[in-house]
Ligand binder design. Structure first.
Ligand code: PLP
Length: 859
């Protein structure tokens, strides 16, 4: 390779677990061989065998000979056994470093525990592992050479760096050195070197500190002006959230250096933030790959062109944050206040992370990964600060950060996310001056639950544009096959030809598939703890659907005289419930006369027209204090107009008693689009315990709200789990009949809209595809930021092109049916299919702009 005009280097870094077994070295050999076969020079940077650096660290801290010898023996045994496992023959190189370990342990300097001695001891881990590795590669017929990293990485002290930092957290100024790259290429094509170490100007060994081996790879990448640095580890790359917390987190296929730096700094552990700067300066691309799954694509970090539209790339969270709130004592805009307080942080060696200021208050955060924040340091700091201000410590907190380029231009998409924070105590909000992050500091206990919800909300709000396949890769749980999505293939794929023929006759139109409705109804009927099912006909009151659902044994839940009338016309035999909200007096009387079960959710009817209900049974709808659902506007608990507040229950009972009314049932419906089976168990338990207290209660109605996943990211509601959870409560409260009244679950997937493309347009960077269905046919995207899958039915199997906005013909900016959808190149006349439109679609349509909404067709 040495006679090539310019050396083309690939730097591969393997971490502790990736170098600790023979099988792993086989993989390393295969990866290196593949690059060699493509004509590349390869430099492999390795960490110590897993656990060895920790043992060496303990050795440096041991104060007696016996523990030092015990650790020495364990380290020797570990490397001997690795040597044997690798079936290596040439023992001399390993022997050299093991003797060096003995010499260092025996060295008189050990007693003093000096920093240069500590650095030499700590460096041994990588010196041993790289020695074993190079011997192993040679045995596998790869001509690898051992390279002493210290010969090429020259540390320079930072300004004000103390001795500890100079020896154990050193930095290397690494700029491309073409002479070195060429000279090394002349020596051979494959080298193995050590991460974590360098040499100082005095020729002593120094250590690079945390993230050291990744940083070494990055330094070598910069020095060699490598074609690429690959960090091989045990996870496929950076994700849009911590995948252990959020299994739906997406692999980030491509990031620019600054975004990657920000994600690493704000919580992602896969890469240490300090290893990004050297490759960024040298413009060397860096990739993260999984050693166990080399076929996975990984994350590519480089200088990428700005995205067409900004997107939140990740949500990360860091715990253990301490907030210090400092109130200036009655000195409005006091000159030098900031300088005074920051001086104290400097003196206590504390680096500040986030800052929030007002006229009289400064609040800062301290991140434990950058600081030694223990109670001694804090109390000393607070004692000093108390001389200049009033101090309050708020801990433990967590910093939740949204990362993405152009954060300030995304605020309008974050309303749902901000609303979620609104329900929590937020201590500090900080927006970074580089426009890359927005951070919220909250109590640490809530962070773990909050992050998955926020990740979901970011996707729903299309602030995290997961449709953009260039940036967002597969979900973690799909990559690692942790869980299989239970979603079945949609009916409209099989019936595409029929739908296209229908669209020839008319668009826009809703098309419903009765077989899907039937299947959903039958699936619900298998949930045996539910004694009676009702269908909330507001979701879709099309007569054919009502008839089908009633045939499956469902009663009908109605909220207006119009719905009651429709129910009687279509299914006179079906039991009807009337659950209105703020309805006029006459409606209750009419419903009661028609033999319908009435539900009240307010004191007013009893206070003003109690006599209307005398001698009758009613149901009481309660607000259990918290709303649930896919959007704020579908949450019907807490801050909504629905349900009787629990603190009014006693008064309601008193009035019921006064008017001779029997409370026969309790009801709660707290929101829509819920995918967590545990929700209804919670509702059931709460209603049951209240029902027991009231005495007259016979029935508990746990409402509807059963969700249907809108995106591939979401996991279907687990009906078996729901049945199991309800059965547990039923066993404890067998005296109550259990009712439920879903709407969306039965009909959402059964309906689609067919729309015809009217015009296409390009404005600035945005492309639009217009169609003849607008928000007057389907208002859910505008009203709830709801996601509906949209496909070009005409060109269903063509490759997708650039993302487009799918819009309708209504004179409203909000007339957008889908944001950033990757459709195939789409032309006037093509038929679009808008999926999951069976629930709250036609039912909410209007004649706005005097445009006819989509008609309805039953297949
Ligand atoms: N029950 C009541 C009282 C409701 O208000 C609603 C919806 O608004 C439902 C049931 C049905 O909800 P979903 O369609 O989400 O199942």
């Amino acid at each position: 390779m040495s006679d090539q005009p310019a050396a083309s280097w690939i730097v591969l870094k393997f971490g502790g677990t990736s170098v600790s077994t023979r099988a792993h070295w086989d993989k390393i050999a295969a990866i290196a061989r593949a690059w060699r076969e493509r004509g590349k020079q390869v430099l492999i940077v390795v960490s110590a065998l897993s656990g060895i650096t920790d043992q060496l660290k303990v050795l440096t801290e041991a104060h007696a000979d016996a523990p030092r010898r015990a650790i020495r023996d364990a380290i020797v045994a570990r490397h001997e056994s690795m040597f044997a496992e690798m079936q290596l023959a040439d023992r001399a190189p390993l022997q050299y470093w093991l003797e060096r370990l003995d010499a260092l342990v025996a060295n008189a300097r050990a007693e003093a525990g000096g920093l240069p001695w500590q650095a030499e001891v700590l460096a041994l881990g990588e010196q041993l592992s790289s020695t074993l590795g190079v011997t192993c590669l040679n045995r596998l017929n790869l001509a690898a050479q051992w390279l002493d990293a210290r010969e090429h990485l020259h540390a320079q002290p930072l300004p004000n760096q103390n001795a500890w930092g100079r020896y154990l957290s050193a930095s290397v100024p690494a700029a491309p050195d073409p002479v070195f790259a060429q000279a090394l290429a002349a020596r051979g094509g494959l080298f193995v070197t050590q991460g974590f170490m360098a040499r100082n100007a005095q020729g002593e060994t120094v250590i690079l500190g945390r993230g050291g081996s990744d940083t070494s790879a990055s330094y070598f990448g910069a020095l060699l002006k490598a074609e690429k640095v690959e960090i091989w580890t045990d996870v496929a790359g950076m994700f849009s959230a911590n995948p252990r917390q959020v299994p739906n987190a997406r692999l980030l296929a491509r990031l620019d250096y600054e975004e990657a730096q920000e994600i690493a700094t704000t919580g992602a552990k896969v890469l240490h933030p300090r290893c990004i700067n050297p490759v960024r300066e040298a413009r060397v691309p860096l990739a993260i790959r999984d050693t166990n799954f080399p076929e996975l694509p990984g994350t590519e970090i480089g200088a990428v062109a700005p995205d067409a539209a900004p997107s939140v790339k990740a949500i990360s969270s860091r715990g253990g944050i301490t907030l210090i709130s400092m109130e200036s004592i009655g000195m409005w805009q006091q000159v030098g206040f900031l300088a005074d307080v920051f001086e104290h942080f400097k003196r206590h060696g504390l680096s500040i992370d986030l800052v929030g200021t007002s006229e009289t208050n400064v609040t800062v955060s301290l991140d434990p990964t950058e600081n030694l924040v223990n109670s001694d340091v804090l109390s000393a700091l607070c004692a000093d600060l108390a001389k200049v201000c009033r101090v309050k410590v708020i801990a433990p907190c967590a910093a939740i950060t949204l990362v993405g380029r152009g954060m300030r231009s995304m605020l309008h998409k974050l309303s749902g996310v901000l609303a979620e924070f609104g329900a929590q105590r937020v201590h500090l909000i900080s927006q970074s001056s580089n426009n890359l992050n927005l951070t919220f500091v909250v109590d640490e206990v809530i962070a773990a639950d909050l992050v998955p919800t926020l990740h979901d909300l970011l996707i729903r709000a299309e602030a995290m544009r997961v449709e953009d396949a260039a940036v967002f890769g597969p979900r973690w749980r799909d990559l690692y096959k942790k869980e299989q999505s239970a979603r079945a293939e949609s009916w409209w794929i099989a019936r595409r030809a029929e739908l296209l023929a229908l669209a020839e006759a008319r668009t826009p139109c809703y098309v419903y598939d009765l077989a899907t409705v039937r299947a959903r109804a039958q699936a619900l009927r298998t949930i045996s703890p539910v004694d009676r099912w009702f269908y909330a006909i507001k979701a879709n009151a099309h007569p054919a659907l009502l008839k089908e659902i009633a045939t499956q044994g469902f009663g009908l839940e109605c909220v207006s005289p119009g719905e009651l009338e429709r129910a009687v016309q279509v299914a006179p035999e079906a039991t009807r419930l009337f659950t209105p909200n703020f309805a006029p007096r006459a409606e209750y009387a009419a419903a009661r006369a028609g033999g319908v079960a009435l539900t009240l959710d307010n004191l007013h009817p009893f206070e003003r027209w109690g006599e209307d209900f005398s001698g009758h049974e009613i149901f009481l709808r309660l607000d259990l204090g918290a709303g649930r659902g896919h959007h704020d506007k579908v949450k019907t608990g807490a801050q909504s107009k629905f349900g009787l507040a629990l603190d009014e229950l006693d008064e309601f009972r008193r009035l019921a008693h006064r008017h001779g009314v029997r409370i026969a049932g309790l009801h709660a419906h707290l929101g829509s689009g819920i995918l967590d089976a545990a929700h209804w168990k919670d509702v059931y338990v709460q209603l049951a315990s209240l029902g027991e207290k009231i005495g007259s209660v016979r029935v508990l109605n746990i409402g509807g709200g059963l969700g249907v996943p809108a995106r591939g990211d979401e996991i279907s509601l687990d009906l078996a789990a729901l049945g199991g959870a309800l059965a547990e409560v039923k066993a404890a409260y067998p005296q109550f009949e259990l009712w439920a009244e879903p709407g969306r679950y039965l009909v959402a997937d059964a309906g689609v809209i067919l729309a015809r493309v009217t015009q296409t347009k390009r404005k600035g960077d945005t492309r639009y595809v217009g169609c003849d269905a607008g928000m007057n046919s389907l208002i859910r995207p505008a009203l709830y930021e709801a996601y509906h899958e949209i496909v070009n039915l005409t060109r269903m199997y063509a490759a997708p092109a650039e993302p487009v906005q799918v819009v309708g013909p209504i004179c409203e900016s909000g007339d957008v049916l889908g944001n950033n959808r990757r459709l195939p190149p789409t032309c006037e006349g093509d038929v679009l299919l808008i999926a999951q439109a069976g629930a709250y679609g036609a039912a909410m349509a209007s004649h706005y702009n005097l445009r006819e909404p989509a008609g309805e067709v039953i297949l």
